[in-house]
Design a protein around this ligand. Structure first.
Ligand SMILES: NC(=O)c1ccc[n+]([C@@H]2O[C@H](COP(=O)([O-])OP(=O)(O)OC[C@H]3O[C@@H](n4cnc5c(N)ncnc54)[C@H](O)[C@@H]3O)[C@@H](O)[C@H]2O)c1
Length: 380
């Protein structure tokens, strides 16, 4: 079986799907990487060669001979046209925005796996790229905020006076939020956090932060994830949060509902009430934003506060993001392979959960719903 690793082409994407030290785990396969695929993440062609991988200058040759193609972002339409029928791809396929590519993969007879759809069960933790990347994102979001804030994070007692610690508010205490809390604490800030899932309270407290108790009912949905909240709930939540947002120097928002638009937690009037120079890093910028005035992909100043809508934050830590992603992808690949060949068992929850196209069809109901949601919102 031949595994091909292609260069990322999306602007700003600096990660690579496989790194040399993880590639050693795939030593029983023929593995080829596109020349310079790892350059922006800090992995040279020589490092791949030393790990036993071939370095292929011709992307088309790589795509047309590989049995499995690994990438971070979804393959492009022109890539799909080069794939062999019966080949497989593993990537963040983004069904909500890549419907056309997914239909093309199905038509081409390619079996495509989407890491966003991997069931998040104990057995799949080592393959969970959403978690590994969110964790890095949460860390980096705090550094971005600290860098922009015109204040110190830690308390400082000097002969010239005492500087109080920065106040950081983290909204959404899932994987990214917990890492943001830990990072802000390490930098010496006073941190408070809120999540609609009350079960995270103990984790928040164990990281040295205060869990905000709002007079709101729990919003736990299927599989322990948050469920989509009603507008009435969100209105009440925003009202209760307003005072905490106004007091914060930094707000890191990470709130998300799988497969849905991010909930709106910080309105324009709430931003107006923040102190000048305060910073919001909206990690949900790509899925609609938790803050009303966020501009995806941009940093804007509104009423004196900075709103950072940087997208694809994990890509700004490309070395370790690639290393963790490569481990996740390799673990998934090993799960799908038996005796050196891909053998798919659709009774297995992991395989069935993240396989999107197979035998000429889009076979995944969740992917279909996400693709459908985009098509109908585009039509509206
Ligand atoms: N393999 C596993 O068992 C596994 C893997 C990953 C995650 N998980 C669980 O799932 C949880 C969430 O995962 P995630 O970080 O990918 O979630 P996510 O990115 O979908 O959401 C981030 C957070 O936003 C919160 N949120 C949603 N609406 C909100 C609102 N209105 N106000 C405040 N917070 C809101 C969610 O509860 C969640 O904690 C994890 O903390 C973990 O408990 C389990």
């Amino acid at each position: 079986m031949k595994i091909g690793v292609i260069s990322e082409t999306l602007q700003g994407e600096r990660r690579v799907a496989l790194v040399p030290n993880v590639a050693a785990k795939l030593a029983t396969f023929q593995v080829a990487v596109q020349a310079d695929a790892g350059r922006q993440a800090g992995f040279t062609n020589d490092a791949y060669r030393q790990a036993g991988m071939a370095v292929e200058a011709d992307r088309a040759a790589l795509l047309s001979t590989a049995d499995v193609v690994l990438s971070v972002q979804a393959p492009r339409l022109e890539d799909v046209a080069l794939l062999q029928s019966g080949a497989a791809t593993i990537s963040f396929l983004q069904p909500a925005t890549q419907g056309v590519v997914i239909e093309a993969l199905a038509a081409r007879g390619v079996t495509a796996f989407s890491l966003e759809l991997l069931p998040r069960i104990s057995r799949s933790q080592s393959m969970d790229a959403l978690s590994s990347q969110a964790s890095l994102g949460g860390y980096k979001a705090v550094l971005m905020a600290a860098n922009r804030l015109g204040k110190f994070f830690p308390m400082l007692m000097t002969a010239a006076g005492t500087i109080p610690p920065a106040r950081v508010l983290v909204l959404g205490a899932g994987v990214a939020g917990l890492q943001a809390i830990a990072t802000a604490r390490r930098l010496g800030a006073v941190v408070e956090a809120y999540d609609v899932r009350p079960t995270v309270k103990e984790e928040v407290k164990s990281l040295g932060a205060t869990f905000l108790e709002l007079e709101l009912e729990s919003q736990v949905g299927q599989g322990g994830y948050a469920r989509e909240q009603s507008e009435e709930f969100l209105t009440k939540q925003r009202k209760l949060l307003a005072e905490r947002v106004a007091k914060a120097d930094v707000v890191i928002t990470t709130a998300a509902i799988p497969g849905r638009r991010a909930p709106l937690l910080v309105t324009a009037p709430m931003v107006k009430n923040m102190r000048p120079g305060s910073v919001i890093v909206d990690m949900a910028a790509e899925t609609g934003g938790n803050c009303e005035v966020t501009q995806p992909g941009q940093v804007v100043q509104v009423d004196g506060a900075w709103i950072d809508g940087t997208t694809n934050i994990p890509s700004t830590v490309p070395f370790h993001a690639s290393q963790l992603y490569a481990s996740n992808v390799t673990n998934l690949l090993q799960h799908l392979v038996s005796n050196g060949q891909m053998k798919l068992d659709f009774t297995d929850e992991i395989t069935k959960g993240c396989c999107v196209t197979h035998n000429g069809q889009v076979v995944n109901e969740r992917a279909r719903q996400m693709m459908g949601a985009t098509t109908s919102s585009q039509a509206a």
